[in-house]
Design a protein. Structure first.
Length: 94
């Protein structure tokens, strides 16, 4: 796969773009992350989404999990109420 805009592929970038820029979708995703954790939230969100983004990129569990990763301590605190998630090894699955 060819990297695209700092993401692992065009599809990963496109899924992240839609998830993080659609406020209602983002809020729903964060509710699910708080309740179930990132991997399970991705699966549940996948059940609620159409098969593709408005631009035609397919939603899949891997791209959703990547988009739901927290970037830093502020993201982690905002989502989970704790900075702990900012210190997870990004190479760990799930």
């Amino acid at each position: 796969m060819k990297p695209y805009n700092g993401h692992r592929s065009y599809n990963a970038w496109n899924v992240s773009l839609w998830l993080l820029n659609d406020e209602s979708l983002y809020r729903r995703a964060m509710e699910l992350v708080k309740r179930y954790g990132r991997s399970r939230a991705a699966s549940k969100l996948l059940d609620e989404l159409p098969p593709k983004t408005p631009d035609g990129a397919p939603y899949n569990a891997t791209n959703l999990r990547l988009a739901l990763r927290v970037a830093d301590e502020a993201d982690s605190t905002d989502v989970l109420g704790s900075a702990d998630a900012a210190f997870f090894d990004p190479n760990l699955p799930g």
